[in-house]
Design a protein around this ligand. Sequence first.
Ligand code: TTP
Ligand code: MG
Length: 452
Amino acid sequence: MILHLDLDAFFSAVEQLHKPSLRGKPVIVGGTGRRGVVATASYEARKFGVGSAMPIVEARRRCPNAAYLTPRFQAYRAASRVVMGVLAEVSPLIEQVSVDEAYVDLTPTHPGVDVPAVTELAEGIRARIHQVTGLTASIGVGTSKLIAKIGSDLNKPDGLTVVPPGSERELLAGMPVRRLPGIGPATQERLHKFGMHVVGEVAQATEQEIVGILGQAHGRAVHQHALGRDNRELEPERDAKSVSAEETFSRDLTDRRELMEHARRMAERVVGRITKDGLCARTITIKVRSYDFSTITRSFTLDQPTDSLPKVLAGVRQLLDAVEVSDGIRLLGVGVAGLTAFAQTDLLSDLLAEIGDEPDEVLPVKVTEDLPSSKGFGWTAELNDEPADTELTPDWRPGQDVVHAERGAGWVQGAGLGRVTVRFEGPHTGPGPIRTFRSDDPELEVGEPPVW
Ligand code: TTP
Ligand code: MG
């Protein structure tokens, strides 16, 4: 039995906890500049059709009255640690997938647990998380990671789904193929071409048919998943210092365009993963295994850490351009390392880019030979968990924690024209009063997030 937990509207839920005046109201967290995108929207804001990855400009059109806040990753990481601590009381076998998401393997600690007992256990976890953090979590329980993950999404928010063993295939049958792991837009498109739109249609085909469409490795995995089978183990010691993705191809690839298409999809996954955790990367790496199994990794290090997909893609393209592919590439990997907490300087460089002032980056390429036997990339970069926010404060940012010499703790509600508006409230107060100050008021300082 595997349990998958995913917190509800995580960033905005933390904001609503820390800012009582926003409870029950639409809250949107993201880059608030003109080019910014939505990281997440509270369920009140989702009613207006606002969701993750939507441009902020579009969100403002749909939901002009929402509170628009910049992310406070330090606060989210603190909340995440408390939640993961609750899970650690249940079982030592935990794989934390991202800041608000984890798998728990109940097999060793709760052997032979039945559906009623596991339901009670999961409800207990949800209640405990709510009790200690005020956050709501959705949980799915099933016989595999695949089923648990799909389950946690079924009754979101604040819900539980226990999938009884044996009913997996039936559960999946009517779902769009896109819901299976490893099926992105390109794979979906290919399955659609062969008339397969829902998972049940893939399950009814033979494995050979699916392998014929998607290639050996991918096809087999997708067919197994469609049958509700998934024997992936948890990876409890995931390396948080680097993130990578790799693909083994069903045939050796020689076409650069095709290789770059695969690289793009992997880069999207990798960048998606780090932005979700509020991290920026300094090092970009590709790993290339040739037809004869010789393997190289190539990497370079940027001057500034970044979480920008275009920048990562530009780097990947440059690295890939320098690799000989004409004899055939068997495996391609894309990774980032040198992860640091979200850098305020990136907002600045985005602003510069907006006014067309960004210098073209010339990237020095470092070549390292990889041991063919080594698994993964073997990065050693340190995860720097220091908040980068407080050093460079070009402006007061909406949502930011502040402290006033006399009035105490509050948060920035708005700023501009030499003024800053602060609301003085915290997790344990009622909705608080608003005051406006000069933005260089010496009594006003950058504050810390409230503790849990
Ligand atoms: P999710 O769990 O995908 O989203 P969520 O928790 O906001 O909402 P849900 O109730 O549907 O689970 O992601 C967790 C957090 O990761 C989210 O609060 C914000 C961040 N995130 C991004 O920064 N960018 C993204 O594109 C996504 C999807 C999430
Ligand atoms: Mg979530």
